[in-house]
Ligand binder design. Structure first.
Ligand code: PMP
Length: 397
C-alpha cells in the first residue's frame, strides 16, 4: 500500500499523472500561445462531452460548482421571476436558496431522501403555474444529487421543461462527463459542473454550457448580474479563446486549464468507452455492496448514480466507520443529507480512477476491513469476486 491515502470521496477525486504533470508546470500567462491553444481545446472538448451543438456556448471560469450555480441563477432570473426546483437533495436545496436570494420566487417539488420527484409531478406543477399565469421561467434540477447518489431522468425533465416554455438547467457537478448527456438533443439550456469531479482536475474551474436560448434570456434580463458572474462579461472571452485568440476579462486559472486539457484529451480519445466504464463500475460497486449485505440509499438500481455510491451503515455500525476506513489508507465521505447524514457513507467512483482497478480493489478491501473493525465481519473475497465479475464484461485492465 502506498503511503498516500487514496481519495475516494465524491470529489475532489484522484488525479491522473498526466493531469498532475500538466497542472504542475510553471503557470503559463493567460495570453501565452500554449494556454490559448489549451483553452480552445477545452472549450471544443466540452461541446463533445456535453453533447452540445455549435450554437451552444461553453464557458470556463474561475470558481467552484457553487459559483457556476450562482451564475446560472443570476443570469437567467431577475427579481420577481418564478422558478421551479426539482428537489432531490442537499444541492437542490442550495439552488432554491440562491433563487430566493436573487429575489425571485421559487416553488419546489420534493421527495423522500433516496428518491426523486416524479417527472409527471413536475409536468403537473409546471402546468398549474402556467394556468395561473405565473409560468416558471426556469426549471432547475440536480442531475446527480451527491448527498444521496440519486440520478434524475434528465432527458424527460428537459422534455417537460421545454413543453411548458421553461429554461431547463441541470447542476451536473456530480454527473457531467460521468453520466450520459445529450444536452442539445434533449433540449437542456444550461448544464454546469466543476473541475474536481469527473473531470479529474484540482478544484477551481467552473464549467458551464449554455444554449442560445439561455444566452438570449441573459440578454433580455432587466436586472444585470454582478459583473464577474455575468455571461456577457465572459462571452467575448470564450469566443476569442475558442477562435484561438487571446483575450482578457479576469485572469483564468491557467494551471488548472492545462490540467483540464490533459483530462479532456484522455476522456475524448474514446468518449463512449469512458461513459461505458462509468456505467460498468457503478454497477460493479453496487454488486459489491449487495454481496456484503449492505443497502444503498437510492430507492432503486435504476435511479442510482454511476459516479458515486451512498451506502447505509449496517446494524451496529455508525459514522465512525469512515475513520476506520481512513486508517486503512482510503478516504471515503460520511453522509450529507440533513435528514439522515449519520446513517450512511459515500464512495466516489468517477474519472481516471476507474481505469485503475487495483485502486478500486484497494478501496473495497479497506471498506471491508473497516467494517470488520467496526464489528461487522464481511467476506472480502466475495466482495472482490462480485466486483470482478460485474466489472468484467469487458476487460477492466
Ligand atoms: N452541486 C453538486 C451536485 C455537488 O456535488 C457539489 C459539490 N459537492 C456542488 C454543487 C457544489 O460544488 P462546489 O463544492 O465546487 O462549490
Amino acid at each position: 500500500m502506498s503511503d498516500r491515502p487514496l481519495l475516494m470521496i465524491p470529489g475532489p477525486v484522484e488525479v491522473s499523472p498526466e493531469v498532475l504533470a500538466a497542472a504542475a508546470a510553471p503557470p503559463p500567462g493567460h495570453l501565452a500561445p500554449g494556454l490559448v491553444e489549451a483553452f480552445a481545446r477545452c472549450l471544443r472538448a466540452m461541446r463533445t462531452v456535453w453533447g452540445a451543438d455549435a450554437s451552444a456556448v461553453p464557458m470556463l471560469v474561475p470558481g467552484s460548482g457553487t459559483i457556476a450555480m450562482e451564475m446560472a441563477v443570476c443570469n437567467l432570473l431577475a427579481p420577481g421571476d418564478q422558478a421551479l426546483v426539482v428537489n432531490s437533495g442537499f444541492f437542490s436545496s442550495r439552488m432554491a436558496e440562491m433563487v430566493r436570494r436573487r429575489g425571485a420566487r421559487v416553488e419546489q417539488v420534493t421527495a423522500d431522501p433516496g428518491a426523486h420527484p416524479e417527472v409527471d409531478e413536475i409536468d403537473q406543477r409546471l402546468g398549474r403555474l402556467s394556468a395561473a399565469g405565473d409560468a416558471a421561467k426556469v426549471l432547475f434540477a440536480t442531475h446527480v444529487d451527491t448527498s444521496t447518489a440519486v440520478r434524475v431522468d434528465a432527458q424527460r425533465l428537459a422534455e417537460v421543461g421545454r413543453k411548458h416554455g421553461a429554461l431547463v438547467v441541470f447542476d451536473g457537478v456530480c454527473a457531467t462527463a460521468g453520466e450520459r448527456l445529450e444536452m442539445s438533443a434533449w433540449g437542456a439550456d444550461l448544464v454546469l459542473t466543476a473541475s474536481q469531479k469527473v473531470l479529474g482536475t484540482a478544484p477551481g474551474v467552473a464549467l458551464l454550457m449554455l444554449s442560445e436560448k439561455a444566452m438570449d434570456a441573459r440578454r433580455r434580463l432587466g436586472s444585470p448580474p454582478p459583473l464577474c458572474l455575468d455571461f456577457l462579461s465572459w462571452l467575448p472571452i470564450m469566443n476569442a479563446y475558442e477562435a484561438g485568440e487571446k483575450a482578457y476579462f479576469s485572469t483564468p486559472p491557467t494551471s488548472l486549464i492545462m490540467g483540464l486539457d490533459a483530462s479532456f484529451e484522455a476522456m475524448t480519445r474514446d468518449l463512449d468507452g469512458w461513459f461505458d466504464r462509468h456505467e460498468r463500475i457503478g454497477h460493479a460497486m453496487r454488486a459489491v455492496w449487495k454481496s456484503i449485505g449492505l443497502e444503498i440509499i437510492p430507492a432503486s438500481e435504476e435511479i442510482a448514480a454511476n459516479t458515486l455510491s451512498a451506502v447505509r451503515y449496517p446494524d451496529g455500525v455508525d459514522a465512525t466507520l469512515c475513520a476506520k476506513i481512513a486508517a486503512r489508507g482510503v478516504v471515503v465521505a460520511p453522509g450529507l443529507h440533513p435528514k439522515m447524514a449519520d446513517r450512511y457513507f459515500r464512495v466516489g467512483h468517477m474519472g481516471d480512477v476507474l481505469f485503475h482497478p487495483a485502486k478500486l480493489r484497494r478501496t473495497i478491501e479497506a471498506i471491508c476491513g473497516g467494517l470488520g473493525d467496526a464489528g461487522y465481519s464481511v467476506d472480502v473475497g466475495a466482495a472482490l469476486d462480485a466486483f470482478d465479475s460485474a466489472a468484467a464484461n469487458e476487460s477492466v485492465q
